[in-house]
Design a protein around this ligand. Sequence first.
Ligand code: ADP
Length: 486
Amino acid sequence: MQEVPLMKTQGYVDGRWCGSDDGRTFGVTNPATGETIADVPRMGASETRRAIEAADKALPAWRSLPAKDRGKIVRRWYELIVERTDDLARIMTLEQGKPLAEARGEIALGAAYVEWNAEEAKRVYGDVIPTLGSDRRMVVVKAPIGVCVGITPWNFPHAMVTRKASPALAAGCTFVLKPAEATPLSALALAALAEEAGFPPGVFNIVTGDESDAPEIGREMTANPIVRKLGFTGSTQVGKLLMEQCAATVKKVSLELGGNAPFIVFDDADVDAAVSGALAAKFRNAGQVCISPNRLYVQAGVHDAFVAKLGERVAKIRVGNGLEDGSQMGPLIEEQGFSKVLAHVEDARKRGAKVVTGGSPHKLGGTFFDPTVLTGVTADMLISNEETFGPVAGIASFDTEANAIAMANDTVFGLAGYFYTRDIGRAWRVAEALETGMVGINTPLIANEAMPFGGIKQSGIGREGSKYGLEEWMEIRYFCFGGIDK
Ligand code: ADP
């Protein structure tokens, strides 16, 4: 196994690096080569319970620190993440597969959340409500919710962690994380930096487990009455299950679930900008992004020009091991995802879609897939109904604005939506009509720490980032002072 700086291979509980109780481990593999990079503990309910109890023990002191002091530690964490960007990015590329440049971008984004929340913590204001009677005064304060847990996915193994842990910690909560089994090393490296930043033992904990351990860890996290809140990013199916499990102890939940983003190009759009936007949004992280456009609707007047230009650019994407210079797209992270992409392309072809470019497994083998553009996509195809989570842009043509909106909204999901137009009236109209939590108008670059990231419909509950993000980890409390007249 390779020596990689900052690579930790143990769990982190109560300020100590530890293995599982029974010593069992599982392998983390590099999706570009199939090699095992590290062995990590297979933890279960008892280790998770211990982490939750450690977080509970650490809570009173952490919660009582002035926000400014907590913010300093969170900010130190941010500075260390930035200093160690290269090491963190390398670990991410090794376990996740995305090109190094993209990994660095994710570290910058993840760090920005930590910085933002370190600053926001000092600005959590309550309210004084004008009284309804001269003998009373009414005050609202915002308090940290308590012990929180997070369960994160593999597609953004760094930013999905910082997006949950940093607002929770800055707000005064303590935290237990279970990272995705495919990418625990990015999370563990964050714990090493948290330790260095000076978080007291028990404030930030990580339990690791294999795919088969996840239900047991999840059950303990959701059933344990000490835990007051769950933050989850992942599949809709698992999100629904966790929400159900949280009901028994009435825990607060934030869920960021699947998307099925529409990307609409109107006849009056800047077609070159739309092509660049589709390219950036669709093929980043090999399409394994919940806000990635999943359905491209292009108005008849610009359809052929858009397809020709996009096809030409997509054919030039350089696929390869993310550690190699010049790689622009890595492999899919696992066999299951690869098979899904292949099934979506085959189904679309069978039902009449045309392949403009790509359409097959990549010649590098493994889980590498050709960047693909399809036309003639129809509503009955798998690609229109399920999140493909791969490098496939499926394009359908449309005639009217109403028609495009109806197709865009014809889904249970509502995470992100994008459209391109130069008509200001249309820009407002369509933004309001799209049933998504986030809308990119003439841009795919919507995600940053200052905006509220999250979905509506079955894409989730709650927001990450912005001033709203911190509030997800706090509770409103109300004090009524009586007897003031006496
Ligand atoms: P994906 O399809 O992106 O892998 P999942 O929802 O399966 O999405 O995984 C997201 C996270 O949820 C991962 O950390 C995974 O281990 C975890 N997970 C999967 N199943 C469960 C479960 N039953 N209980 C708790 N966590 C789970």
